[in-house]
Design a protein around this ligand. Structure first.
Ligand SMILES: [Zn+2]
Length: 128
């Protein structure tokens, strides 16, 4: 398999509902995001996907979150804006934008600090 990874980042505020501790209070993060896609083969140019295209698709999702208060930004009006659920949201939205059948989003990792990150990927067997 080939795997491509791009990195991007965004800034936003959030608070975790129902959490007992500092994260229940309004605070911000400079979130760093790593998006990986995979495919078993390349196209005729030797690419799985143009990095520019992957960055553009990812940016179209990230801009919905950048410089926002996530608790007031769908879908985080309903679900907690945790690193885990942000990773899942980006994974699902990006999967909807990648139209080529042979390409799948393999992993989305969201880092909220140097020492803490969460990632989301789908079990391959569930999709087969
Ligand atoms: Zn936080």
């Amino acid at each position: 398999m080939f795997e491509l990874t791009i990195k991007t980042e965004f800034s936003s505020a959030h608070k975790l509902r129902g959490y007992e501790g500092a994260c229940e209070r309004l605070h911000g993060h400079n979130w760093r995001v790593e998006v990986s896609i995979e495919a078993a083969s390349t196209g005729p140019m030797g690419f799985v996907m143009d990095f520019k295209e992957l960055k553009r698709a990812t940016a179209s999702i990230i801009e919905r979150l950048d410089h926002r208060y996530l608790n007031e930004t769908p879908p985080f009006t309903e679900i907690n804006p945790s690193a885990e659920l942000i990773a899942k949201y980006i994974h699902e939205e990006l999967s909807g934008l990648v139209k080529e059948k042979k390409i799948r989003v393999s992993k989305v990792l969201v880092r909220e600090s140097d020492s803490a990150s969460a990632s989301y990927s789908e079990d391959k067997k569930e999709n087969e």
